[in-house]
Design a protein around this ligand. Structure first.
Ligand code: 8YV
Length: 325
Protein backbone atom coordinates (compact mmCIF):
# COMPACT_ATOMS: atom_id res chain seq x y z
CA UNK A 1 0.00 0.00 0.00
CA UNK A 2 1.14 3.49 -0.81
CA UNK A 3 2.74 5.24 2.21
CA UNK A 4 0.98 8.59 1.87
CA UNK A 5 -2.34 6.77 1.62
CA UNK A 6 -1.61 4.69 4.73
CA UNK A 7 -0.85 7.77 6.76
CA UNK A 8 -3.67 9.94 5.44
CA UNK A 9 -6.30 11.00 7.94
CA UNK A 10 -9.95 11.04 6.84
CA UNK A 11 -12.80 12.82 8.55
CA UNK A 12 -15.86 10.66 7.88
CA UNK A 13 -18.88 12.83 8.61
CA UNK A 14 -21.62 10.19 8.71
CA UNK A 15 -21.92 6.54 9.63
CA UNK A 16 -21.28 4.58 6.45
CA UNK A 17 -22.15 0.96 5.56
CA UNK A 18 -19.96 -1.58 7.43
CA UNK A 19 -18.13 -2.80 4.33
CA UNK A 20 -17.21 0.78 3.45
CA UNK A 21 -16.01 1.63 6.96
CA UNK A 22 -13.98 -1.61 7.00
CA UNK A 23 -12.20 -0.66 3.78
CA UNK A 24 -11.65 2.88 5.08
CA UNK A 25 -10.14 1.57 8.30
CA UNK A 26 -7.80 -0.74 6.36
CA UNK A 27 -6.38 2.11 4.30
CA UNK A 28 -6.57 5.24 6.40
CA UNK A 29 -6.60 6.78 9.86
CA UNK A 30 -10.27 7.58 10.23
CA UNK A 31 -12.32 9.83 12.45
CA UNK A 32 -15.61 7.91 12.22
CA UNK A 33 -18.98 9.23 13.33
CA UNK A 34 -20.26 6.09 15.04
CA UNK A 35 -23.28 7.91 16.53
CA UNK A 36 -24.18 9.27 13.09
CA UNK A 37 -24.73 12.70 14.60
CA UNK A 38 -25.21 15.63 12.23
CA UNK A 39 -22.17 17.90 12.64
CA UNK A 40 -22.65 21.67 12.75
CA UNK A 41 -20.56 23.86 10.46
CA UNK A 42 -18.28 24.76 13.39
CA UNK A 43 -17.82 21.11 14.25
CA UNK A 44 -16.97 20.22 10.66
CA UNK A 45 -14.27 22.87 10.68
CA UNK A 46 -12.85 21.88 14.06
CA UNK A 47 -12.92 18.14 13.31
CA UNK A 48 -11.06 18.85 10.07
CA UNK A 49 -8.11 20.18 12.10
CA UNK A 50 -6.04 17.08 11.38
CA UNK A 51 -7.80 15.71 8.33
CA UNK A 52 -6.12 15.26 4.97
CA UNK A 53 -9.53 14.69 3.40
CA UNK A 54 -13.21 14.70 4.29
CA UNK A 55 -15.63 11.99 3.22
CA UNK A 56 -19.05 13.57 3.51
CA UNK A 57 -22.68 13.36 2.42
CA UNK A 58 -25.18 15.88 1.09
CA UNK A 59 -26.24 16.48 4.71
CA UNK A 60 -23.07 18.50 5.31
CA UNK A 61 -23.08 21.94 3.77
CA UNK A 62 -19.71 23.00 2.48
CA UNK A 63 -20.70 26.53 1.56
CA UNK A 64 -18.16 29.26 0.83
CA UNK A 65 -17.92 30.19 4.50
CA UNK A 66 -17.22 26.64 5.71
CA UNK A 67 -14.73 26.03 2.90
CA UNK A 68 -12.90 29.26 3.69
CA UNK A 69 -12.55 28.13 7.32
CA UNK A 70 -11.18 24.64 6.55
CA UNK A 71 -7.56 24.21 7.59
CA UNK A 72 -4.90 24.03 4.86
CA UNK A 73 -4.27 20.35 5.55
CA UNK A 74 -7.61 19.41 3.90
CA UNK A 75 -6.70 18.36 0.37
CA UNK A 76 -9.96 16.84 -0.73
CA UNK A 77 -13.69 16.55 -0.13
CA UNK A 78 -14.89 13.15 -1.35
CA UNK A 79 -18.66 13.17 -1.54
CA UNK A 80 -20.78 10.13 -0.86
CA UNK A 81 -23.36 11.43 -3.35
CA UNK A 82 -23.72 12.22 -7.01
CA UNK A 83 -25.30 15.62 -6.30
CA UNK A 84 -22.84 18.26 -5.21
CA UNK A 85 -25.18 21.19 -4.63
CA UNK A 86 -24.22 21.14 -0.94
CA UNK A 87 -20.64 22.09 -1.89
CA UNK A 88 -19.53 25.45 -3.21
CA UNK A 89 -17.29 24.19 -5.99
CA UNK A 90 -15.88 27.61 -6.85
CA UNK A 91 -14.86 28.17 -3.23
CA UNK A 92 -13.19 24.73 -3.20
CA UNK A 93 -11.33 25.50 -6.43
CA UNK A 94 -10.11 28.77 -4.98
CA UNK A 95 -8.68 26.91 -1.99
CA UNK A 96 -7.19 24.21 -4.22
CA UNK A 97 -9.38 21.55 -2.56
CA UNK A 98 -10.24 18.62 -4.81
CA UNK A 99 -13.94 17.66 -4.81
CA UNK A 100 -15.27 14.32 -6.08
CA UNK A 101 -18.71 12.68 -6.31
CA UNK A 102 -20.14 9.19 -6.96
CA UNK A 103 -21.90 9.09 -10.33
CA UNK A 104 -23.27 5.98 -12.15
CA UNK A 105 -23.51 3.66 -9.16
CA UNK A 106 -26.82 5.06 -7.95
CA UNK A 107 -28.61 5.42 -11.27
CA UNK A 108 -30.45 2.08 -11.06
CA UNK A 109 -31.57 2.60 -7.47
CA UNK A 110 -32.76 6.14 -8.16
CA UNK A 111 -34.60 5.05 -11.30
CA UNK A 112 -36.37 2.41 -9.19
CA UNK A 113 -37.54 5.10 -6.78
CA UNK A 114 -38.67 7.16 -9.75
CA UNK A 115 -40.95 4.31 -10.81
CA UNK A 116 -42.17 3.92 -7.23
CA UNK A 117 -43.01 7.63 -7.04
CA UNK A 118 -44.71 7.59 -10.43
CA UNK A 119 -46.85 4.57 -9.60
CA UNK A 120 -47.45 5.69 -6.03
CA UNK A 121 -48.81 8.99 -7.32
CA UNK A 122 -50.75 7.56 -10.26
CA UNK A 123 -52.36 4.74 -8.27
CA UNK A 124 -52.97 6.69 -5.06
CA UNK A 125 -50.71 4.40 -3.05
CA UNK A 126 -50.10 6.89 -0.22
CA UNK A 127 -53.78 7.42 0.32
CA UNK A 128 -54.57 3.70 0.13
CA UNK A 129 -51.72 2.76 2.44
CA UNK A 130 -52.83 5.28 5.07
CA UNK A 131 -56.42 4.04 4.80
CA UNK A 132 -55.53 0.39 5.42
CA UNK A 133 -53.01 1.13 8.16
CA UNK A 134 -55.35 3.61 9.82
CA UNK A 135 -58.18 1.05 9.86
CA UNK A 136 -60.38 3.28 7.70
CA UNK A 137 -60.94 0.79 4.85
CA UNK A 138 -64.61 -0.16 4.93
CA UNK A 139 -65.77 -0.89 1.41
CA UNK A 140 -64.83 -1.83 -2.14
CA UNK A 141 -66.80 -0.60 -5.13
CA UNK A 142 -66.20 -0.20 -8.88
CA UNK A 143 -65.59 3.50 -8.34
CA UNK A 144 -63.44 3.17 -5.23
CA UNK A 145 -60.11 5.03 -5.27
CA UNK A 146 -59.63 5.15 -9.01
CA UNK A 147 -56.22 6.24 -10.11
CA UNK A 148 -54.79 6.73 -13.54
CA UNK A 149 -52.93 4.19 -15.63
CA UNK A 150 -49.45 5.10 -16.82
CA UNK A 151 -49.18 2.37 -19.45
CA UNK A 152 -48.89 3.89 -22.91
CA UNK A 153 -48.71 7.47 -21.60
CA UNK A 154 -45.97 10.00 -22.32
CA UNK A 155 -43.04 10.09 -19.87
CA UNK A 156 -41.29 13.47 -19.95
CA UNK A 157 -37.73 13.58 -18.64
CA UNK A 158 -36.15 16.87 -17.58
CA UNK A 159 -32.40 16.19 -17.60
CA UNK A 160 -31.48 13.09 -19.60
CA UNK A 161 -28.27 12.32 -17.71
CA UNK A 162 -27.37 9.00 -16.13
CA UNK A 163 -30.42 8.68 -13.89
CA UNK A 164 -32.81 10.15 -16.47
CA UNK A 165 -31.69 7.58 -19.04
CA UNK A 166 -32.22 4.63 -16.71
CA UNK A 167 -35.60 6.00 -15.61
CA UNK A 168 -36.57 6.29 -19.28
CA UNK A 169 -35.56 2.68 -19.84
CA UNK A 170 -37.70 1.53 -16.93
CA UNK A 171 -40.65 3.64 -18.12
CA UNK A 172 -40.41 1.88 -21.49
CA UNK A 173 -41.30 -1.26 -19.54
CA UNK A 174 -44.73 0.34 -19.10
CA UNK A 175 -44.93 0.99 -22.85
CA UNK A 176 -44.56 4.69 -22.17
CA UNK A 177 -43.48 7.02 -24.95
CA UNK A 178 -40.30 8.79 -23.86
CA UNK A 179 -39.79 12.52 -24.36
CA UNK A 180 -36.90 14.53 -22.97
CA UNK A 181 -35.31 17.91 -22.67
CA UNK A 182 -31.59 18.21 -22.06
CA UNK A 183 -28.88 20.81 -22.65
CA UNK A 184 -27.84 18.78 -25.67
CA UNK A 185 -29.37 16.01 -27.71
CA UNK A 186 -28.12 12.49 -26.94
CA UNK A 187 -26.51 10.20 -29.50
CA UNK A 188 -29.08 7.90 -31.16
CA UNK A 189 -27.93 4.80 -29.18
CA UNK A 190 -28.44 6.61 -25.87
CA UNK A 191 -31.66 8.18 -27.07
CA UNK A 192 -33.09 4.76 -27.91
CA UNK A 193 -36.08 6.24 -29.66
CA UNK A 194 -36.77 8.95 -27.08
CA UNK A 195 -38.11 12.17 -28.58
CA UNK A 196 -35.88 15.20 -28.02
CA UNK A 197 -37.33 18.63 -27.22
CA UNK A 198 -34.94 21.50 -27.65
CA UNK A 199 -36.99 23.67 -25.31
CA UNK A 200 -38.41 22.86 -21.91
CA UNK A 201 -41.76 24.36 -22.90
CA UNK A 202 -42.05 21.93 -25.79
CA UNK A 203 -41.42 18.99 -23.41
CA UNK A 204 -43.91 20.28 -20.84
CA UNK A 205 -46.70 20.35 -23.40
CA UNK A 206 -46.47 16.59 -24.06
CA UNK A 207 -45.66 15.17 -20.62
CA UNK A 208 -48.42 13.08 -19.05
CA UNK A 209 -45.83 12.26 -16.41
CA UNK A 210 -43.12 14.86 -15.84
CA UNK A 211 -40.05 13.40 -14.15
CA UNK A 212 -37.31 15.69 -12.85
CA UNK A 213 -33.73 14.44 -13.15
CA UNK A 214 -31.65 17.60 -13.47
CA UNK A 215 -29.06 18.72 -10.93
CA UNK A 216 -29.82 21.62 -8.62
CA UNK A 217 -27.95 24.63 -9.98
CA UNK A 218 -28.78 28.30 -10.60
CA UNK A 219 -30.37 27.39 -13.96
CA UNK A 220 -32.67 24.71 -12.56
CA UNK A 221 -33.63 26.26 -9.21
CA UNK A 222 -37.41 26.73 -9.03
CA UNK A 223 -37.70 25.41 -12.59
CA UNK A 224 -41.14 23.90 -12.01
CA UNK A 225 -42.98 27.13 -11.23
CA UNK A 226 -46.58 28.31 -11.75
CA UNK A 227 -45.96 29.49 -15.29
CA UNK A 228 -44.44 26.19 -16.37
CA UNK A 229 -47.09 24.12 -14.59
CA UNK A 230 -49.65 25.91 -16.77
CA UNK A 231 -47.86 24.51 -19.83
CA UNK A 232 -48.29 20.89 -18.68
CA UNK A 233 -51.28 18.80 -19.79
CA UNK A 234 -54.27 18.99 -17.46
CA UNK A 235 -54.05 16.21 -14.85
CA UNK A 236 -50.28 15.66 -15.24
CA UNK A 237 -48.34 13.59 -12.72
CA UNK A 238 -45.17 15.22 -11.39
CA UNK A 239 -42.28 13.11 -10.11
CA UNK A 240 -39.23 14.53 -8.37
CA UNK A 241 -36.28 12.32 -7.47
CA UNK A 242 -33.68 15.01 -8.22
CA UNK A 243 -33.61 17.84 -5.68
CA UNK A 244 -36.39 19.72 -3.89
CA UNK A 245 -34.93 23.03 -5.03
CA UNK A 246 -35.97 22.33 -8.62
CA UNK A 247 -39.61 22.81 -7.59
CA UNK A 248 -41.43 25.96 -6.51
CA UNK A 249 -43.43 24.38 -3.67
CA UNK A 250 -46.14 27.04 -3.47
CA UNK A 251 -46.86 26.65 -7.16
CA UNK A 252 -46.92 22.84 -7.07
CA UNK A 253 -49.08 22.75 -3.95
CA UNK A 254 -51.58 25.19 -5.49
CA UNK A 255 -51.76 23.01 -8.62
CA UNK A 256 -52.18 19.85 -6.55
CA UNK A 257 -55.00 21.47 -4.58
CA UNK A 258 -56.81 22.58 -7.72
CA UNK A 259 -56.28 19.26 -9.51
CA UNK A 260 -54.38 21.00 -12.33
CA UNK A 261 -51.64 18.54 -11.34
CA UNK A 262 -53.39 15.24 -10.63
CA UNK A 263 -50.76 13.90 -8.24
CA UNK A 264 -47.10 14.14 -7.32
CA UNK A 265 -44.58 11.50 -6.29
CA UNK A 266 -41.77 13.10 -4.32
CA UNK A 267 -38.53 11.67 -2.92
CA UNK A 268 -36.80 15.02 -2.36
CA UNK A 269 -37.94 18.28 -0.82
CA UNK A 270 -37.01 21.83 -0.08
CA UNK A 271 -36.31 21.98 3.65
CA UNK A 272 -35.85 18.23 4.03
CA UNK A 273 -35.94 16.44 6.33
CA UNK A 274 -38.03 18.29 8.91
CA UNK A 275 -39.00 21.60 7.36
CA UNK A 276 -40.74 20.49 4.18
CA UNK A 277 -43.87 22.27 2.91
CA UNK A 278 -46.69 21.28 5.30
CA UNK A 279 -49.05 20.44 2.43
CA UNK A 280 -46.85 17.51 1.40
CA UNK A 281 -47.75 15.86 4.70
CA UNK A 282 -51.46 16.51 4.22
CA UNK A 283 -52.54 16.31 0.60
CA UNK A 284 -54.01 12.96 -0.43
CA UNK A 285 -52.69 13.31 -3.96
CA UNK A 286 -49.05 13.40 -2.87
CA UNK A 287 -47.03 10.20 -2.55
CA UNK A 288 -43.90 10.78 -0.51
CA UNK A 289 -40.76 8.92 0.53
CA UNK A 290 -37.88 10.35 2.57
CA UNK A 291 -35.01 10.81 0.08
CA UNK A 292 -34.60 7.09 -0.53
CA UNK A 293 -33.30 7.35 -4.10
CA UNK A 294 -30.01 5.59 -3.47
CA UNK A 295 -31.03 3.77 -0.30
CA UNK A 296 -30.27 0.15 -1.12
CA UNK A 297 -27.56 -1.96 0.47
CA UNK A 298 -25.95 -2.60 -2.91
CA UNK A 299 -25.95 1.04 -3.94
CA UNK A 300 -24.76 2.52 -0.66
CA UNK A 301 -21.83 0.05 -0.65
CA UNK A 302 -21.03 0.97 -4.24
CA UNK A 303 -21.21 4.71 -3.45
CA UNK A 304 -18.80 4.25 -0.55
CA UNK A 305 -16.38 2.23 -2.65
CA UNK A 306 -16.54 4.82 -5.40
CA UNK A 307 -15.77 7.61 -2.93
CA UNK A 308 -12.88 5.47 -1.66
CA UNK A 309 -11.57 4.87 -5.17
CA UNK A 310 -11.42 8.64 -5.53
CA UNK A 311 -9.56 9.04 -2.23
CA UNK A 312 -7.16 6.21 -3.11
CA UNK A 313 -6.34 7.95 -6.39
CA UNK A 314 -5.76 11.30 -4.69
CA UNK A 315 -3.43 9.86 -2.05
CA UNK A 316 -1.58 7.82 -4.66
CA UNK A 317 -0.92 11.05 -6.57
CA UNK A 318 -3.30 10.19 -9.39
CA UNK A 319 -6.23 12.14 -10.79
CA UNK A 320 -9.47 10.85 -9.18
CA UNK A 321 -12.00 9.42 -11.62
CA UNK A 322 -14.90 11.56 -10.44
CA UNK A 323 -13.40 14.97 -9.93
CA UNK A 324 -15.93 17.82 -10.03
CA UNK A 325 -13.63 20.55 -8.72
C1 8YV B 1 -27.80 10.13 -1.80
C2 8YV B 1 -28.49 11.75 -3.62
O1 8YV B 1 -28.33 9.13 -1.05
O2 8YV B 1 -26.34 11.11 -4.35
C3 8YV B 1 -27.19 11.97 -4.31
O3 8YV B 1 -27.02 13.06 -4.86
O4 8YV B 1 -29.35 12.53 -3.72
C4 8YV B 1 -28.83 10.61 -2.76
O5 8YV B 1 -29.40 9.62 -3.49
C5 8YV B 1 -27.33 11.17 -0.89
O6 8YV B 1 -26.98 12.33 -1.53
C6 8YV B 1 -26.18 10.65 -0.04
O7 8YV B 1 -25.34 11.68 0.42
Amino acid sequence: MNDSRQSAAILVTRKLPPAVEERLARGYRCDFNSDDRLYSADELVSRAANADAILCCHTEHFNADVISRLPDNVRAIANFSVGVDHCDLDAARERGIIVTNTPDVLSDATAEITMLCMLGAARRAGEGYAMVRGDRWRDWSPTFMLGCQVTGKRFGVVGMGRVGQVAARRARGFDMEIHYHNRSRLAPEAEAGAIYHDTLDSLLAVSDVLSLHCPNNPDSRGLLNAERIEKLPEGVIVVNTARGAVVDDEALVAALRSGRVRAAGLDVFNGEPDAIHAAYRELDNVFVVPHLGSATVETRDAMGFRALDNLDAIFAGREPGDRVA
